[in-house]
Design a protein. Structure first.
Lengths: 475, 356
């Protein structure tokens, strides 16, 4: 009894620990986004001050016959526009000359009139050009008095703009420092709580009964699992272990019960008998049988589906956000009014989703809709979506189905990368033997719900029972 | 001068940023509606146009709630009429007959909506698709019979009248009712937009696409089905209250299957996932014959012909644009842009020679 209470207490503390870590991670990932936004606003405002100063000086500069840099830029742009416009006009003239000549091939007057029009066009262009180059300079521009007046105004304006920019920069600096301090305060408080909890958990760890249930290093244990559909025994008294951090492959001929096992683990099916033990974290072991389907992801188990199950009305990025559903902490009230909390959270999640998409090489598709995208991309998006929920155990249901050879090779690289980068255990069902033998550390072969063999890929390949199940009696 | 032009350019830039905000169009729409109402005070817009517009807005509120259910949750319901009727009787009985303060009436109706929505939501966990529609239809019919025979509450088949009610001690005029309708309408549009663009909206869509995928991502069916039904019921009850405040009369024969089917048609014809589409659809189903067709001599002579025209429009839209009127609009826009581009290209070829 005391032991049970102790375990409950430990479980509660671990739950709190996970939530606190989530919170800390949230603030940590929000900090750079916020800082970047403030720095960007500062830069924009300072640039605006520069432009405004320049605009205020423009008339004085014109009177003094002096080019300010922006005025020069604007003039260049106007000249360029002028050139383009007249190029089009010249082209049109050539075209109408050709048309007129085709109509009256031997009328000398036509050609002459077009020559006149050409000359006219050229002279008009020159006049415009000269006007632009002159600007709207009044008579006697560039006198010494005007220049002097410009100089004084420039000096004042520069001082004002410098002071204003410095003030803005200082303001931004202060805000940045404040945000840093706030963040420090917030995260250090959270960090202190985390440290306290971790210490408490560590002292309880030895006392916990976790070790009794699952030996060290085992992530998932299926014990005497059976699943009966009416008269059909789809899974027959099956037991195996999936070890922490490995890539575990489940193979078997069609109808062997592979997907049934997946559905049992993710609680879509209720197994007829047997237990599934799962190591949730260092000390806590849970019985998956006790959890409803939609709680499985909160334990760190995420699955993909044999057929792509994306939300077709949402962009790829939003699909990833659906995958992060359990990570959101904003309640309905925050969602209804789009409060700061939700907007902040959305920003962080978006940044996180973009990060995941970038690691998987899907960044160009972030804002595309799933309709019409290649199947290989959609499969990858499904894998990306699982990563949004910070999974410990990823269950892939035939990830290579429908992919071509090149895509399958990419997938193998991807699976290894996910295992290494996200420290997740990967459990997959696959028909593509090439992929299984390539990526898996352990392979388990089943047939008609019964275990045939378990071992390294090489052992499985050499196993007579497996060969028989796949190739028939003779071989 | 140059400084002024700089300032003007900066202001335009800021305005453009505001105009890009998703609320902007709807808020502008609301302001235009208020302007319409003010103009109709001066008699510039006839009341025969303004009254149907206000009624259409009330129906659009109901349709918005229904779209959360059908377009996002993928749950079909034919019980809308009962819930709208309930809202109208709640305000009619408690605010009108008994003279309760408005906030008390609002609280009663919201509690009623949550309870009713939760009941239907629970049913929807077990029963799906067509069967759910039939069950909700049955529920709505039960409510209708209750309206007919529960005389103390609804005044039975004679219908319940409604005096002008007081809001926070102030009597509410017809003009104020219309303003309230417009404001509530815009607020609910913004609220719907917020829900759609948040984890809840995405969860509802995920649930609609695939129950099992949604569950494997931690979306509890019970929570979100209940939520969808409760939201739809709240919208319907609010619509019913506004209906009573606007029409000042509610009779059980209004709250029949016809009404539910019309709401369903409005959502489907407009485009179940777009707010603009739903507004269009509601206008087509409810507003069109009241505002436009009733002013055409032919339809004045044969009033039932409006329903035929409506039916033909529904058939045409659903046959050729299953995505709804909004899809039609988008297609038209796309085609127009394409045609303009082609014309431009032709003109350039004619004017400037073979290359563009």
């Amino acid at each position: 009894m005391a032991k049970m209470i102790e375990r409950r207490l430990l479980g509660y503390r671990l739950h709190l620990l996970i939530r606190l870590r989530d919170k800390k991670q949230f603030w940590d990932s929000y900090l750079p986004i916020r800082l970047a936004a403030i720095a960007e606003r500062r830069d924009r405002r300072i640039a605006a001050i520069g432009l405004r100063t320049e605009a205020g000086l423009r008339s004085a500069a014109v009177a003094a016959g002096i080019d300010t840099p922006v005025a020069a830029l604007e003039r260049d742009a106007r000249l360029k526009r002028l050139d383009e416009r007249f190029a089009w006009k010249a082209k049109a003239l050539v075209q109408s000359r050709r048309r007129a000549l085709a109509k009256h091939p031997d009328d000398a007057g036509v050609a002459a009139s077009f020559d006149r029009k050409d000359a006219d066009l050229a002279s008009r262009k020159e006049t415009r050009r000269a006007a632009i180059l002159l600007g709207n300079r009044p008579e006697g521009a560039g006198s010494a008095a005007a220049k002097e007046a410009y100089e004084t105004r420039l000096k004042v304006a520069q001082d004002v703009s410098r002071i204003e920019s410095e003030r803005l920069a200082a303001d931004a600096e202060r805000v940045l420092a404040r945000i840093h301090a706030e963040h420090q305060k917030k995260t250090s408080a959270i960090g202190a709580r985390i440290a306290r909890l971790e210490a408490g958990v560590a002292s309880l760890k030895d006392a916990s009964a976790a070790a009794e249930l699952l030996p060290e290093g085992v992530h998932l244990r299926l014990k005497n699992l059976s699943m009966r559909f009416g008269g059909l025994l789809a899974v027959d008294n099956l037991s195996f272990d999936v070890r922490q951090g490995e890539i575990f492959g489940l193979i078997g001929p069609n109808g062997a019960g592979k997907t049934t096992i997946f559905n049992c683990i993710t609680r879509f099916y209720r197994p007829t008998s047997g237990t599934m033990w799962y190591r949730r974290n260092a000390v806590e072991t849970i019985r998956l049988n006790d959890f409803p389907v939609h709680d499985i992801v909160r334990q760190g188990i995420v699955r993909t589906f044999q057929n792509v199950e994306l939300v077709w009305e949402l962009s790829i990025l939003d699909n990833l956000l659906v995958g992060a559903h359990t990570v959101y902490r904003s309640g309905f009230f925050h969602q209804l009014f789009h409060t700061r909390k939700l907007r902040r959270e959305e920003e962080v999640m978006r940044a996180r989703a973009m990060g995941v998409l970038a690691t998987l090489g899907l960044a160009p598709y972030a804002f595309a809709y799933p309709y019409g995208l290649p199947y290989g991309i959609l499969k990858k998006v499904e894998v990306a979506r699982t990563l949004m929920a910070a999974p410990k155990l990823i269950i892939l249901d035939e990830p290579a189905a429908g992919l071509n050879d090149k895509e399958t090779e990419e997938l193998a690289v991807l699976i290894r990368k996910i295992r290494d980068d996200y420290h997740a255990t990967i459990f997959l069902v696959e028909h593509d033997m090439g992929l299984v033998m390539d990526v898996c550390d352990t392979v388990c072969a089943i047939s008609f719900g019964k275990m045939l063999a378990i071992g390294t890929p090489a052992q499985i390949q050499a196993n007579a029972l497996v060969r028989q199940a796949y190739l028939g009696e003779e071989s | 001068m140059t400084l002024l032009s700089y300032r003007a350019a900066a202001a335009v830039k800021r305005l453009k940023a505001v105009a890009k905000h998703p609320y902007f169009g709807f808020v502008l729409f609301g302001l235009v509606l208020i302007a319409f109402r003010l103009l109709s005070l001066g008699g510039l817009i006839p009341n025969s146009l303004m009254k149907p517009l206000v009624l259409t807005m009330i129906y659009a509120i109901v349709a918005l709630g229904f779209s959360l259910l059908l377009g996002y949750g993928g749950l079909a319901s034919l019980g809308t009429a009962g819930f709208v009727g309930l809202g109208s009787y709640v305000i009619g009985h408690f605010s009108g007959t008994l003279g309760y303060p408005f906030l008390a009436t609002l609280a009663i109706s919201l509690v009623g909506a949550v309870v009713l929505g939760a009941i239907v939501g629970f049913i929807s966990l077990r029963i799906e698709g067509m069967y759910l529609a039939i069950i909700t239809l049955g529920l709505s019919e039960i409510l209708k019979e209750v309206f007919k025979s529960f005389n103390a509450f609804t005044n039975g088949v004679n219908g319940l009248g409604f005096r002008n009610f007081a809001l926070f001690g102030l009597p509410v005029s017809d003009f104020a009712v219309d303003l309230i309708v417009i404001v509530v309408f815009i607020l609910l549009i913004v609220g719907t937009l917020n829900i759609i663009k948040s984890p809840t909206g995405r969860a509802l869509l995920a649930m609609k696409n695939s129950d099992s995928a949604a569950q494997s991502m931690g979306i509890g069916l019970m929570k979100y089905r209940l939520l969808a039904f409760v939201l739809a019921t709240i919208y319907a009850v609010i619509g019913g209250m506004l209906y009573m405040a606007d029409q000042k009369f509610s009779i059980p024969t209004t709250w029949t299957l016809d009404f539910s089917l019309n709401i369903l048609a409005a959502v489907v014809v407009g485009g179940a996932q777009s707010i603009t589409g739903i507004l269009l659809g509601t206008f087509m189903i409810f507003g069109l014959n009241m505002t436009v067709l009733n002013n055409i001599p032919f339809f004045l002579a044969y009033p039932d012909a409006t329903w035929i025209l409506n039916g033909v429009l529904i058939i045409l839209v659903t046959m050729f644009y299953p995505g709804g009127l909004i899809r039609l609009l988008l297609t038209v826009k796309f085609r127009l842009v394409k045609a303009v581009n082609i014309l431009k290209k032709k003109w350039r070829r004619y004017r400037y020679g073979e290359d563009d």
